[in-house]
Design a protein around this ligand. Structure first.
Ligand code: MN
Length: 301
């Protein structure tokens, strides 16, 4: 069994795949040949190797972690034999499955790593300190150390338990270290930055939304022109009707949305009841794409 996350992997999807493979048997795969910087920091810290890059899923038995929509899987996903889904995102019309019954576990909870930790508890599989470390990192990454509105009471309990096992005293310190690793975008070009955490949503229109969670938002805002040019290129490449990029200021818990053109402006105004100045719209405390930004756009459409 191969556990694999969405394209443009993130810390939750990578740690969930690694932990599931180790706890329940199987292999972890990755949809990219390169670890994102935050995940590289986490795996190094807790002593894990990067999962292998799997570029061909043909006839492989897979369990999808941290996504359930075909549009968010890598190319060739339809050729895999999908055995299950473990996820915490909304189910859409584009749910990934073949023609056989599959195992599905989708919960409204802060991260996929939270679900993996729960499943380990239910099946009484032991979570080692190392595993507790990466599960904790996945939760901390997705919930911004329990700050995001996606955080549930279950996440808090699981974090408390995992902290003890992993010996991690302060999750805000862990988050800061992770974000520092993630925020060093100075060597990346605009296209790379825009696609670090980028998802395409098939609503009635095709919408691409990229997010950068950072402790130094001013560095990204300073590169606005370059980012807008990159957004135009990605919009054309992916055949999007709309594209957005949110710069999330994690420490101050607020976001700026980069607005490419008039179409994006009209829709974002409707979605967030805010105005833009020079292609930037402050959308206040909306810091979660899953719970606030994407649903706002969907509603407005
Ligand atoms: Mn996740």
């Amino acid at each position: 069994m191969l556990y694999i996350g969405h394209k443009n992997p993130d810390t939750d999807s990578i740690c969930a795949a690694l932990a599931a493979a180790e706890l329940f048997g199987g292999e972890a795969g990755m949809t990219s040949s390169e670890l994102p910087p935050e995940s590289a920091f986490v795996l190094d810290k807790f002593g894990f190797e990067s999962p292998a890059y799997v570029d061909n899923l043909k006839d492989k038995e897979v369990i999808l972690v941290d996504f359930n929509q075909k549009s968010q899987g890598q190319e060739g996903l339809e050729e895999a034999s999908i055995q299950g889904i473990i996820d915490h995102h909304a189910m859409g019309e584009d749910i990934a499955f073949n023609s056989q019954p599959i195992f599905v576990r989708i919960e409204p909870i802060g991260s996929t790593c939270s679900i993996i930790a729960k499943m380990a508890g239910e099946t009484e599989v032991e979570i080692t300190p190392k595993l507790a470390g990466i599960l904790l990192a996945g939760i901390v990454s997705d919930t911004l150390a329990l700050r995001s509105p996606t955080t549930t009471e279950d996440d808090r309990e699981i974090v408390e338990y995992l902290q003890k096992v992993a010996g991690v005293e302060d999750i805000t310190d862990l988050l800061k270290d992770m974000l520092k690793a993630k925020s060093d975008l100075s060597k990346k070009n605009a296209i790379e930055i825009l696609q670090l955490d980028y998802k395409i949503f098939d609503y009635t229109k095709k919408v691409g939304i990229g997010v950068a969670e950072t402790v130094s938002p001013e560095d990204l805002i300073a590169r606005k022109e370059e980012l807008l040019e990159g957004m135009q290129k990605i919009k054309e490449k992916d055949g999007l009707d709309y594209i957005y990029f949110a710069v999330v200021d994690v420490l101050n818990e607020q976001s700026d949305l980069l607005i490419l053109g008039d179409d994006e402006l009209v829709l974002a105004k409707k979605a967030f009841e805010a105005d833009a100045e020079e292609n930037i719209m402050n959308i206040g405390s909306r810091i979660s794409r899953k719970k606030q930004i994407a649903p706002g756009i969907q509603e407005a459409l």
